[in-house]
Design a protein. Structure first.
Length: 595
């Protein structure tokens, strides 16, 4: 598969994903069907005996869970006959189970081209495409399968998962409801119905459906995992942890196991169980996680438990989204101190953040990283290090510094931000804000650039912000990047004036950082812009989700101790949280400042 360069907006922090997709390409029944195909007299006449024997040996390896060996034997069969569709199907299964999703996708495509009437191949490929985010392809393949077998529970269920991931919630519910009328005791269907509700933030109703799935099958690991992800935001974090730990032994695949371990790590962090949670968070880099980052660098990864980094050249690689780099970047100064004057830190961050980090950490060499999607995997690299020709002794992912330098809550610095905005730009924006006249200057963010799938429940519609926008004595400043012309026009039609600064709010982050520091207050959800305001020491109020792990079991954000937060009681509690912000803003206006 070719390499595709990614924009930072395509790479985001992990969140526990609902698990509803059913089926296993390497299940005993699936392998029995493949064995029957290999044993058919018609095929025995056409295929070479050696290839058939090799594929039977590959299936034996799959049964034993030896997927690398199975792949080797499938490749041996393909050397004999590269047009053998069954060999490509077996190879695809082995690649998928080994976590090599990009190569699995290619092998499934080859199998489907050679076996166009084998609907099992279409089903397996559709399920993998859904897992990798190729939703339109997955939908077409699953519909092809269902055209032959319209009542198939797994395929219908997986089609509903694809519709859910496309935010076609009504279609997903109708697809499930139709089959539930025929299969009312199917735990798979009840579980997926719960995921449709949880994606929309209705955790109370979702919990009911997950419990119905478990009533029909108490050992159903997916439903227990999903119930955990519903219980936490409903206030039952310990019950959620109990569910996660009970679900893990029943994970049906390495992918499921990794997702469950990821959810457990985030739950441990939210409970304040550090460093245990930070150490468990290493699962984010597991090769079975579809969004796991790989790093292309000619150096070993640093192991802080066994290697002294003093005097060494250490490359720190930023990961996930822009907001995450600012959160995890709070540990960069500790790493610079650890390498000492004879060592050197090289820091690879989102290119738009290079100036901020270089100004803050002049002892480091800061450059932009790049990312490509290669064989279905995100791979990051630091071209500036190669261009300098210095080379490095070791590298480490940025978030992994937490387990090294933030092993207790006392290790978090009590400071007002840490990134240093451009002083000339800061002075400029203070002057520009004064031109807006009297009143508290309030910057506002309200959504993310990416609202696909489960992410949508973390953001509110613009209309709900009216109590804040209409606060007397507050001068509203638009900080929201992206196309918000319709939102701003609706505000103006309602008599609300919002000033938009003449800059590119997506790309001119040096200006956005200085403007955020110059404003009296910045308000928004937990996205890059709000994090940027807090990171440069601006006064920031954040509306946070009920499952936000960054509190680390405390009543504040340890990463930004001065940040004021307004936590939603549930994913649907927008009106209550925004009303509290509105009241607080009225009090700030009356007091003349928001600090």
């Amino acid at each position: 598969m070719s390499a595709v360069e990614l924009s930072p907006e395509q790479i985001h922090a992990f969140a526990p994903a609902a698990q509803g997709v059913a089926g296993d390409s390497a299940s005993p029944e699936a392998i029995r069907k493949l064995s029957r195909q290999l044993a058919s007299p018609k095929r025995a006449v056409k295929a070479q005996r050696k290839a058939l024997e090799t594929l039977q040996a590959a299936l034996a390896a799959i049964r034993a869970g030896e997927f690398e060996l199975g792949a080797k034997r499938a490749l041996d069969a393909l050397k004999t006959d590269e047009t053998n569709g069954l060999a490509w199907h077996v190879l695809a299964i082995c690649r998928e189970k080994s976590g090599d999703l990009g190569q699995a996708l290619l092998a499934y495509e080859a199998a489907l081209k050679l076996l166009p009437n084998e609907t099992d191949v279409a089903h397996d490929l559709g399920r993998l495409a859904q897992q990798m985010g190729y939703l339109e392809i997955a939908e077409k393949l699953l519909l092809k399968y269902l055209a032959v077998d319209p009542g198939h529970v797994e395929a219908t269920n997986n089609l509903a998962c694809v519709l859910r991931d496309q935010k076609r919630y009504g279609d997903a519910v109708e697809t499930l409801r139709a089959l539930l009328g025929v299969e009312p005791e199917s735990p798979v269907l009840w579980n997926t119905l719960g995921t449709v509700l949880s994606d929309q933030g209705d955790m109370g109703t979702a919990l009911t459906f997950f419990e119905e799935a478990l009533r029909h099958d108490p050992s159903f690991a997916k439903a227990r995992y999903n119930r955990a992800n519903a219980r936490q935001p409903l206030g039952d974090a310990l019950g959620a942890l109990e569910d996660l730990e009970a679900a893990l032994p029943g994970a049906a695949s390495p992918y499921e196991r990794a997702m469950m371990q990821m959810a457990r790590a985030m739950l441990l962090m939210s409970l304040g169980r550090i460093p245990e949670g930070f150490e468990a968070y290493e699962i984010r880099l597991d090769r079975h996680m579809p969004e796991a980052m790989r790093v292309a660098v000619d150096a070993p990864r640093w192991n802080p438990k066994t290697e002294d980094i003093r005097g060494k050249r250490l490359l720190i690689v930023g990961e996930q989204g822009i907001a995450d780099e600012m959160v995890f970047g709070t540990c960069v100064g500790d790493a610079i101190e650890a390498v000492g004057p004879d060592g050197r830190v090289y820091l690879a961050v989102e290119p738009r953040l290079v100036g901020l980090f270089q100004r803050t950490f002049p002892a480091a060499v800061v450059g932009g990283h790049k990312a490509v999607k290669l064989d279905g995997r995100i791979t990051r690299y630091a071209p500036f290090v190669e261009e300098l020709g210095d080379g490095v002794d070791a590298w480490i992912p940025m978030a992994s510094l937490l387990a090294v330098y933030r092993r207790t809550l006392d290790a978090f610095p009590d400071r007002r931000g840490y990134l240093v905005p451009d002083p000339d730009k800061l002075a400029y924006w203070k002057t520009e804000l004064e031109k807006l006249g009297p009143g508290l200057k309030v910057g506002l963010h309200w959504k993310s650039l990416v609202l696909a799938g489960v992410r949508a429940r973390y953001f509110s519609s613009f209309e709900r912000w009216r109590p804040v926008l209409t606060t007397p004595g507050a001068v509203m400043v638009n900080l929201q990047c992206g196309d918000v012309a319709d939102d701003l026009a609706a505000a103006e039609a309602a008599g609300v004036s919002i000033w938009t600064p003449p800059i590119d709010l997506k790309d001119d982050l040096e200006d956005v950082a200085a403007l955020s520091a110059a404003l009296d207050l910045v308000i928004g959800p937990g996205i890059a812009g709000t994090n940027l305001a807090a990171a440069v020491g601006g006064t920031a109020w954040m509306i946070s989700a009920p499952d936000d792990w960054h509190y680390l079991g405390t009543d504040k954000y340890p990463f930004y101790p001065h940040l004021r937060y307004f936590r939603r009681d549930g994913f649907t509690d927008w009106e209550g949280a925004i009303a509290r912000i509105g009241t607080a803003l009225e009090e700030a206006v009356a007091a003349g400042n928001a600090r």
